[in-house]
Design a protein around this ligand. Structure first.
Ligand code: AHR
Length: 657
């Protein structure tokens, strides 16, 4: 009996060893018909969605180190603390006091300032930064403030680490009784993730301060008031087709009073009025009472960023509606003039000559040339008859004066059912330009919907997949992960977007950025702390697609077959055929990619994004656990013998003869 069992075991093992694995079975034939290229792929195809959520702007891309620099948060001393020291006159006699005032302020948009009342030399206060202040050894920071003084002539600044060890020191001096801006440069001795900024006054008397700033000198393109370099680099590496800004629900505001108004975000930064960030108190489980918008990153900077990274700017404007998930406030039709005016003036700001009022402001800010704005979003994630009524008012005015500008309209918050269906029917009737669809769905949904656009109506409005991301646990769940399962599912779906590029003209993953200590929404493409950042597997999927997008669709079969998803395109600029294949299987899969109507002129550049573990993630310690790898292959007899790795996304770029 024992012998028989052993014999059976040995036979089974032998069978397992000798039977071909999936990778050794007959290869799947992938046929690419380069002789019959299809529609053009829009140069805007894969872009980015930016919203100030998760500390993406203040505390993130906008690298100001001082939180509440203008004392305009709801609690004007948020982020600021007294340095309590013993007074020589006893415990009940403070060395000084912090007094927030509004009389005779720096300017109307910045009504609060801090009066530092110094009763004894050495009185001080400190700022905690955005979850601490990130500083780098050897780097220079511009320390500045607006100051007015009736006595003290100087203010000292020190930067200290968590143990109180000093790592940088500077001084502003020469104050008089008028508001003036003072600046000095501080070089840091060490790298600290969570430092604090301490300010001291060594003379008795009153000192008024506002717009206290500590700003890295080494910004993207070395611009003063510039953006955080590592984060812009990650965005730039995507080669995005467009940049959607400033959101997202932030456009709408929870109430109309706190909606996004682009006009308050341009010009001198001390004149940009700080308001609450709508993500401040959106989620009970993730409260962020210190989340406000300084607008140091405003519309000028967004346009400049888009230009820097070669992306078409896509501003989204409030259409007279606050978030329909919150207050759902609506501006009356008779109150819409201001909103429509904002849209018309924005076109002037972006494209108008320097002789136009808003074009002049752009010129004064340093950009006489136009920003070449071609699209505007009317409303963010709106729906329903109230929205349609307001859209009609916008469209009438904008199309009459600027027929060259395409309008992006919303289809509500979900990818099917109501109100999605009725919004689409309306947009078809109204012959809208581009419809923005949002899908925050499960990874399974993404893989099951790769054919979503195969049967979309080819005439009428085009599609903008304006916000999407696979949710591993559920929409707005804090358990969502940026893992490989989510990312490869998005990649599968994106092959369908690309194959249908005649209908889908733009797509963007959302949200884009998240601070590890200050996020509200998961998943996000890029994570950062005060000093470092990394791209998630989802980021790398975006990168691989956006960097290999091509200019014309090429027919490919099969498009979806047992966990295999494909798309193909021609790049008429580089004269290459580009093939993408996603293998959502635990085994490798051998494929013969047959190229018809195409003669290759050299080796195939292969980019592979793979991980056999669907739960794999990137992290600060292991930022490229899932990241693209390059290799080469040859075309032999008009075909590529490919081995698609388990759970992989592979891109082949083949030079044409
Ligand atoms: O991306 C996060 C949010 O999701 C956006 O602000 C909103 O448009 C959508 O509901």
């Amino acid at each position: 009996m024992r012998k028989r069992i052993w014999f059976a075991v040995v036979m089974l093992v032998l069978l397992a060893v000798t039977l071909p694995g999936r990778g050794q079975q007959n290869p799947t034939v992938i046929s690419v018909d380069a002789a019959h290229p299809g529609a053009a792929i829009s140069s805007t195809m894969f872009g980015i969605f930016f919203e100030d959520i998760n500390f993406a702007a203040d505390g993130g891309l906008y690298p100001e180190r001082v939180k509440n620099r203008s004392f305009e948060f709801q609690e004007p001393l948020t982020g600021w603390h007294e340095i309590l020291g013993l007074s020589s006159k006893g415990l009940d006699q403070p060395k000084g006091e912090l007094d927030v005032r509004t009389d005779d302020p720096l300017n109307k948009s910045n009504p609060h300032y801090l009066r530092v009342r110094v009763y004894e030399p050495g009185y001080g206060f400190w700022n905690s930064g955005f979850r601490g202040i990130g500083l780098e050894s050897g780097a220079e920071y511009r320390f500045s403030a607006y100051v007015r003084s009736s006595g003290p002539k100087a203010m000292r600044a020190t930067l200290t680490d968590g143990s109180g060890h000093q790592i940088g020191i500077g001084k502003l001096e020469g104050f008089d009784e008028h508001w003036k801006r003072y600046e000095t440069v501080i070089r840091m001795d060490s790298t600290v993730q969570r430092a604090q900024l301490n300010l001291f006054v060594d003379e008795v008397g009153n000192l008024d301060v506002d717009m206290v700033s500590l700003f890295p000198a080494d910004t993207w393109k070395q611009r003063p008031n510039g953006l955080r370099k590592d984060l812009v680099q990650l965005l730039s590496d995507l080669h995005p087709g467009f940049l959607r800004f400033p959101g997202g629900c932030i456009v709408e505001g929870r109430q109309l009073a706190t909606r996004y108004r682009w006009k308050t975000t341009v010009g001198d930064i001390s004149q940009r009025q700080t308001i609450i960030n709508r993500w401040n108190d959106e989620f009970d489980q993730k409260p962020a009472p210190d989340y406000f918008q300084s607008f140091g990153l405003g519309f000028y900077e967004y346009f400049q960023l888009a230009e820097d990274i070669g992306a078409e700017p896509l501003p989204i404007l409030n259409c007279g509606m606050a978030c329909q998930f919150n207050s759902s406030e609506t501006a009356g039709l008779n109150q819409l003039d201001e909103y429509v005016r904002d849209a018309l003036d924005l076109i002037d700001f972006a494209n108008g000559p320097a002789t136009s009022p808003w074009g002049k402001i752009r010129e004064q800010m340093g950009h006489p040339e136009p920003f070449h704005l071609k699209m505007i979003g009317v409303g963010n994630e709106q729906w329903g008859p109230r929205y349609v009524e307001r859209y009609k008012v916008f469209a009438a005015a904008l199309k009459a004066q600027h027929p060259e500008i395409k309008l992006v309209v919303a289809a509500g918050p979900a990818p099917s059912g109501e109100p999605f269906e009725s919004m689409w029917a309306t947009w078809r009737d109204l012959n809208a330009d581009i419809v923005d669809e949002h899908y925050y769905m499960s990874p399974e949904w993404f893989r099951a919907n790769t054919g979503r656009y195969d049967h979309y109506n080819r005439s009428g409005p085009k599609v903008f997949a304006g916000e999407y991301a696979a949710q591993t646990a559920g929409m707005t769940s804090s358990e969502n992960r940026n893992n490989w399962k989510a990312a490869i599912s998005e990649a599968s779906f994106m092959t369908g977007l690309e194959r249908n590029a005649d209908v889908v003209q733009m797509a963007s993953y959302a949200p884009l950025l998240a601070h590890v200590d200050a996020w509200q929404w998961k998943p996000d493409a890029i994570w950062f702390d005060n000093l470092h950042s990394y791209g998630t597997p989802n980021y790398y999927v975006q990168k691989v697609f956006a960097n290999n997008v091509g200019t014309r669709i090429v027919p490919v079969t099969p498009q979806a077959d047992g966990g295999l998803y494909t798309s193909a395109s021609l790049d008429e600029h580089t004269h290459e055929l580009i093939i993408k294949a996603v293998n959502y299987n635990a085994e490798s899969r051998s494929a013969e990619i047959r190229l018809s109507g195409f003669h290759s002129a050299g080796t195939v550049k292969v980019t592979t994004l793979a991980n056999s573990n669907l739960t794999a993630e990137n992290s600060f310690d292991s930022p490229t656990a899932v990241a693209p790898q390059s290799s080469r292959l040859e075309v032999k007899s008009g075909a590529i013998a490919a081995m698609l790795r388990p759970y992989s996304v592979t891109v082949y770029r083949i030079p044409a003869e």
